[in-house]
Design a protein around this ligand. Structure first.
Ligand SMILES: [Zn+2]
Length: 140
């Protein structure tokens, strides 16, 4: 079970709508209990409706901000949008999942822009298997 505060879900959805028709992406920051505490939007260097790329400089900047900032949080996963397909990892998403064991990958689907759908996945980088995590949106 992955719990996401409503305000962060809204932030990610707003980012997805802002970058539509291209995919948006960003990192999720959390505390030691595994809860997500912040959303850090990144630039999609691919500027593409079909994939997302966070370039190494941007990734370094965000890790710096999250892990070595005043709150010393951890990067617990990332998020990106699918502007025309369902919220399920693409083969590219699986091949490019490199955040390590336990990382959560959130996908926001804008297939119906009136009703964005967010789903959470674990991706095993070795076996390439995808496991969906139940996602609970917490009221603020
Ligand atoms: Zn994707």
């Amino acid at each position: 079970m992955f719990q996401l505060p409503r305000r962060l879900a809204d932030e990610m959805t707003a980012h997805a709508l802002r970058d539509d028709p291209n995919e948006c992406c960003g990192l999720l920051a959390g505390d030691d209990e595994g809860g997500v505490t912040g959303v850090f939007p990144a630039e999609n260097a691919a500027r593409s409706p079909f994939r997302y790329v966070i370039d190494s400089k941007e990734l370094f900047r965000l890790f710096n901000q999250i892990e070595w900032g005043e709150q010393s949080l951890r990067v617990i996963g990332n998020y990106h949008s699918h502007t025309h397909s369902e919220a399920f990892p693409s083969p590219t998403d699986v091949n490019e999942a490199h955040l390590g064991p336990g990382a959560v990958y959130l996908i926001i689907s804008l297939r119906d822009p009136q009703q964005p759908v967010i789903r959470a996945f674990l991706i095993d980088e070795n076996s390439k298997s995808i496991t969906e995590e139940a996602l609970e949106i917490l009221p603020d």
